[in-house]
Ligand binder design. Structure first.
Ligand code: SAM
Length: 239
């Protein structure tokens, strides 16, 4: 059963998300385990300060290495105490590798992950060098903190774990699993605001439905994401 730990200055923010909905239900049923940790608890100064001015000047504050390091060491100890291997450690940074479904599939195969969130101007580079197995960015934009990024990674990885979704088909037929975007989806009523559901979906003819969906999936990808389409053609040996 996979375990994910998040080290952050805002554990309540992360916990709130991880205890709700599909992920929260799966955790309550024992299919996954999540823990959020307060980096501030590991400061050694009276003021419980976790950041300081950047060497060399510049705006904003930089998170100190020591509380992050000590927090991660304690998490590693707790994980290993359960008889698990050392967690795979991922630092959330705007300068990391850009995240996609292939990363999610790979990260989903680890026994446990430790996701580390920065804030302010970021983290002292030396703690990243000392601990990170990899750095991940969730996209080419800058967030105020790593919390949302860590939740994006946790959510996309945990939904691939057995027992979280009702069946594996739930994620294997979705966008990005095989390199394509998903076909359009419809539910009741048959006609809404003058817009009818494509008749093939009401035909009950499963082979025709599958063929229509496959065609829509390819068309959508070609029109909306030519970059993904080209990569898919190559993978299929059609490029
Ligand atoms: N000064 C940093 C830079 O220019 O790369 C940005 C720091 S950002 C304001 C504060 C924190 O938010 C980072 O330490 C990181 O943990 C997180 N963060 C910001 N953008 C992110 C992204 N695209 N992906 C993952 N984490 C991000």
């Amino acid at each position: 059963m996979m375990r994910i730990d998040i080290a952050t200055l805002f554990p309540e923010m992360c916990d709130r998300f991880l205890t709700e909905s599909i992920i929260g239900r799966a955790a309550k049923r024992g299919y996954i385990e999540t823990h959020c940790h307060q980096i501030r608890d590991y400061t050694l100064n009276k003021q419980k300060q976790t950041d300081d001015y950047p060497y060399g000047g510049g705006c904003g504050m930089v998170m100190n290495a020591q509380p992050i390091y000590d927090c991660c060491q304690e998490i590693i100890r707790q994980v290993q105490e359960q008889g698990r291997p050392r967690p795979h450690i991922v630092f959330m940074t705007a300068a990391g590798a850009r995240y996609n479904e292939e990363h999610a599939k790979r990260l989903a195969s680890y026994d446990s992950l430790l996701l580390v969130c920065g804030h302010y101007e970021g983290m002292d580079e030396r703690v990243i060098e000392a601990l990170a197995d990899e750095e991940i960015s969730i996209g080419d934009y800058v967030l105020t903190g790593g919390e949302l990024a860590s939740l994006v990674v946790a959510d996309s990885v945990l939904r691939l774990q057995p027992g979280v979704l009702a069946e594996a088909k739930g994620y294997q037929e979705e966008s990005h699993w095989n390199g394509l975007l998903e076909y359009p989806q419809y539910t009741r009523p048959e006609v809404w605001e003058g817009r009818a559901v494509p008749p093939v979906l009401l035909s009950g003819h499963h082979a025709n439905i599958d063929a229509w969906r496959a065609e829509q999936s390819v068309e959508r990808t070609k029109n909306r994401r030519p970059d993904l389409y080209e990569a898919w053609l190559k993978k299929e040996g059609k490029g």
